[in-house]
Design a protein around this ligand. Sequence first.
Ligand code: 9MR
Ligand code: 9MR
Length: 564
Amino acid sequence: MTIALATIASGAAAQNGVEIRRNQVGCYPEQEKVIVVEGMNPSGRIRVKTPNGKKLKPMVMRKAISPWSGKERYVIDLGKATDTGVYRISVDGKECELLVAERPYHDIAKASLRLFYLIRSGIPIEQGGLYNRPIGHPDTEVLVHPSAATPQRPASTVISSPYGWYDAGDYNKYVVNSSFSIGLMFAAYEQLTDYFAQLKTDIPESDNQTPDILDEMMFNLKWLLTMQDPGDGGVYHKLTTPNFEGFVMPTDCHQRRYVVAKSVTATLDFAAVMADAARLFQPFKDYANFPAQATAAAERAYLWAKEHPDTFYHQERLSDPAVSTGTYGDGNAKDEFFWAASALYRLTRKPSYLEEARQYQPTRFTLPSWGGVASLGAFEWMNDPQMTELRDPMVKQMLAYCEEAVKDVESSCFQSPYGNTPRDFGWGCLAEKCCCQAFVLLYADRLQDASNYTLQALQNADYLLGRNATGYCYVTGFGDKRPMHPHHRISAADEVEDPFPGMLVGGPNPGQQDKASGNLTYPSNYPDESYLDVEESYASNEIAINWNASSVAFLCWIDALAKE
Ligand code: 9MR
Ligand code: 9MR
């Protein structure tokens, strides 16, 4: 409900200066135009001018008090801002702009996908403009770590394992996270096939007949295939240096790289994503031999996993050398079994996979994350009209999740489903909670007529792009208050001032795990303000492929709305 400006309770103490929080990228004409103002003098004036210089009548919807900081904020509806162009907003003398456009999310959506090109390893980057660089990490001579040794491939065997994307701020390549990232983008691709058929990201493969998003996935799939041990079908958990490299360019990295222990989770994620890839690449002649190869790889991997259901990754057991890089550790493979069995059933229709998918089916919906992939399995059922066996329960679980997710928007901190409980903040939260939640809402809107879920997903975009407690637009290269110092080695070590564009940072994380290894002073301990735009802050300001996968899935979807 909206109340007239004049009726705001007077007497709220003026705080230190006015802060206007708004989406800094832009909105659709038909999207809600809500801003949130902090430190507003209740008797102050809010003025909004349309692109034609007319005045709008903003309405204060309500006061929102932060459950953590106690800060008082006003949630303000700008009114009928449906003309395209720049709106000028002023509150108590503080000014800002809001862009309304027919295609506000196109550039950021495209940059989010193109980022994967910029972080390719093992090739020179020659279409990166300012960010061109010579080849680094060829990975044509990688050692088999003792933890991964077999009679056919004893320790120190040299194998070739080139290409793939760097995982994150660091230079290693991790099967769990790579497979998850592709899987999530595949799920988006299946919903937005026509959109992606058109989306060009200016990559070396842009001139072929395959959509750029699939070419980009192929760059990582090629690497993933090399991570399967040809001897037994199991998949190495990761390709890594023993310790993280310094903040240097790829060409200055000289540590040896190893493939380490196989794990059941990596092997199942690999099986699932290969099964999906085998199906999705079928129509494209550029990769004619790939579907058969991927199908065989997926089925072999799945068999290995069934024979090694308890082979989890235990980094602490590795020696000669010991390894201290990212773990992607996970002691529960039920969700990975579910995703892999579902994907393989979809590909092959073999009854054994159906049986196993049934056996491992989840009892409630959880958002996709690298360690929780049940939803990727659920999407397999929702996406294929022929797959009726588990479809209904999967849809029902997801809709129940969505109903819960949106129920407090009207009393929320920033007029969004995301950002209202401490659980919404933590390592990688902007991806795993904010973007993934929005993606799922968009997905649900397709399944259920007459829901408001698309509008609510757009509110998460407002949050992500500036209508939040810190006022950051959390994607590099966009917005007027943007991360400039992400925990990203190339962006830190290259000579270019701006970091790579299109990177979603991890976001506010009250865990502040990086304080232990650095001299970091967070500006705040409140969950939604615990963010630091400094290079050392890997717990709040790193970037990662799984996180960008979620921003691709979300931002491309809302960009695609422009065409519908
Ligand atoms: O750079 C590393 C980053 O990619 C990881 O997410 C993070 C947590 O594993 O670790 C970072 O590396 C830091 C290490 O853990 C501690 N010493 C400082 C390293 C670089 O800041
Ligand atoms: O995304 C991962 C997060 O969920 C974990 O809490 C964190 C600590 O284990 O690790 C994150 O993943 C990092 C990985 O281990 C190494 N590369 C950088 C990743 C992003 O920080």
